[in-house]
Design a binder for this molecule. Structure first.
Ligand SMILES: [Zn+2]
Length: 418
C-alpha cells in the first residue's frame, strides 16, 4: 500500500500527517468543520483509501465522484447535514460499513442494493419516510438500523435473512403496524428483550387532516387505529372486496414470475429476494426449458432488435451461448430485464427491476403484488421479558380468494378507507 501523499494534508497539522502516514488508508477527519466532502484533497489517490471518518462535520452533500473511492470499506458520516445519497453509492463495491446516522436524509436510492458487500448500514436519526424495497437484496447485511426516522410503513421484507441480520426500527412514531411476515420471522414465539420500540402502540394517531387513511376497528378491545394508506400500492381493497385486479396488474405479476423463473434457471441459487425455491445447478435441460420460455421474445446479446428478417433463430442461439458462457455469474432480475427485454417501456422495467413491494401473504400462493393489493389486519402478541404486548399486523394478498383463506384462520379486524 502506498503512503499517502503529503500534499493531501497541506491544510493540516503534523500530527494528522503522522496518523495518515502510519495508517495510510485511514483518514481521520472527524470534527474538522468541513462544509464539503473533501474528495479533492485526495488528489488521485482515491483508490488507496480504505476507511474515512468524517463524523460531526458540516457536510451537506456527497458528490457523485465518490465512486472513485473504489476500495473504500468504511464510511462514517454521522452528525453531518446530508440530505441525500447519490446513486453512485452503488459503485462502492468494497463498502462494508456505512454510518450516515444523524443527518437529514429523506430518501435512500434503490441502487444501494448494488453495494453488495454492505454488512452494516446505519441510518438512525434521519427523516426517512420509507425504505428502498431492494434493501433486501443485500444478502450479507448483518445490521440494519433505521431508528428515529419518520417511517410510516415497513417493507414486507426489509432484510434478506432475518436470522443473520439484526433489524432495528425503534422510535418511528408513525409506524402503527408491521407486516405479518416480518412479525412472523422476527417476533413470533420469541422473547424480545425490553426493546424501546416506541411505536406500534394501539392508539389512535388522531391527525387525518390530509391524504387517505385506513381506519381499523378493533371491536373486542373497543378502540380504533388510524393509519396513513401505504404508499407502495395504487389500489388498496379490503379482503372482502369482489373487484378483481386490473389486467395490467395481472400481466405484470405474470411477467415477473416468468422473469424470476428464467433468472432462477440461470443460477445455482435464488436470484431474487422474492424467489422461494432453490433450483438445481444450471444444466442443458434447464437451458432448453429456457428456450421455450424465451420463444417469441426478440432478444440478442447486444440488446439490439435486429432479428426481424429471419435471423431470429441465429440470434437466439447466440443468446443461449451467451447464457451458457455466463451461467456462473449471479444474475438479478434487474440484469435480466435490462439485458434481454429492452423493448419494454421504462416504467414497467423499473417496477420489474425493483421487484414487487410484496408477495401474497398466503403461503401457498406467494404471488407478487405490485399496485393492486387486498389488505387485512389482525392483532398478535410480542413477548417481552415480563409481559406481552399486542401489536397490529398488516397482511397483503393478491386476491380476495387468498385473503379469505388466510382470514379463516386469523381473527381479522374490520377496516375501511377514510
Ligand atoms: Zn395470493
Amino acid at each position: 500500500m502506498r503512503i499517502i501523499n503529503r500534499n493531501w494534508l497541506n491544510f493540516s497539522t503534523a500530527m494528522d500527517y503522522n496518523q495518515c502516514a502510519n495508517v495510510s488508508s485511514v483518514l481521520h477527519w472527524n470534527y474538522r468543520g468541513f462544509t464539503e466532502f473533501p474528495l479533492q484533497k485526495l488528489q488521485g489517490e482515491e483508490a488507496d483509501v480504505i476507511d474515512i471518518y468524517l463524523k460531526e462535520n458540516l457536510i451537506s452533500r456527497i458528490p457523485s465522484e465518490i465512486c472513485k473511492l473504489s476500495n473504500l470499506e468504511s464510511l462514517y458520516l454521522s452528525g453531518n447535514d446530508i440530505t441525500e445519497l447519490p446513486r453512485e453509492i452503488s459503485k462502492l463495491r468494497s463498502l462494508k460499513c456505512l454510518d450516515i446516522s444523524g443527518n437529514r436524509l429523506r430518501y435512500i436510492p434503490e441502487e444501494i442494493a448494488d453495494a453488495k458487500n454492505l454488512k452494516f448500514l446505519i441510518l438512525d436519526e434521519n427523516e426517512l419516510k420509507r425504505l428502498p424495497l431492494r434493501l433486501a437484496e443485500l444478502r450479507i447485511l448483518r445490521y440494519l438500523s433505521v431508528c428515529d426516522n419518520k417511517l410510516e410503513w415497513l417493507p414486507q421484507r426489509p432484510v434478506y435473512n432475518y436470522h443473520h441480520c439484526e433489524f432495528r426500527f425503534w422510535r418511528n412514531a408513525a409506524i402503527r403496524t408491521i407486516p405479518y411476515s416480518l412479525w412472523n420471522h422476527m417476533f413470533r414465539d420469541q422473547q424480545t428483550r425490553s426493546l424501546n420500540i416506541g411505536c406500534l402502540h394501539l392508539t389512535n394517531s388522531g391527525d387525518t387532516s390530509n391524504g387517505a387513511y385506513i381506519k381499523i376497528l378493533d371491536n373486542k378491545r373497543k378502540h380504533e387505529v388510524t393509519i396513513k394508506t401505504p404508499y407502495d400500492y395504487e389500489t388498496i381493497l379490503t379482503g372482502d372486496n369482489q373487484t378483481p385486479p386490473s389486467l395490467f396488474e395481472l400481466s405484470k405479476r405474470r411477467f415477473y414470475i416468468i422473469l424470476c423463473d428464467i433468472a432462477n434457471k440461470l443460477n445455482d441459487r435464488p436470484v431474487s429476494i422474492y424467489s422461494d425455491n432453490h433450483r438445481d445447478n444450471v444444466n442443458n435441460i434447464c437451458v432448453r426449458k429456457l428456450e421455450d420460455k424465451l420463444d417469441g421474445f426478440r432478444i440478442n446479446e447486444h440488446s439490439q432488435i435486429n432479428d426481424i428478417n429471419g435471423n431470429y433463430e441465429l440470434n437466439r442461439r447466440n443468446q443461449l451461448n451467451y447464457i451458457i458462457r455466463n451461467r456462473t455469474r449471479t444474475y438479478a432480475p434487474a440484469d435480466i430485464v435490462r439485458g434481454y427485454f429492452d423493448y419494454l417501456p421504462n416504467f414497467i422495467k423499473t417496477d420489474l427491476c425493483n421487484g414487487p413491494p410484496s408477495r401474497c401473504e398466503n403461503i401457498t400462493c406467494k404471488n407478487p403484488v405490485f399496485d393492486y393489493a387486498y389488505f387485512d389486519f389482525c392483532i398478535e402478541k410480542i413477548i417481552l421479558i415480563d409481559s406481552k404486548e399486542d401489536v397490529l399486523l398488516s397482511a397483503v394478498f393478491c386476491s380476495k380468494l387468498c385473503a379469505d383463506s388466510w382470514k379463516s384462520e386469523k381473527p381479522a379486524l374490520q377496516w375501511k378507507l377514510v
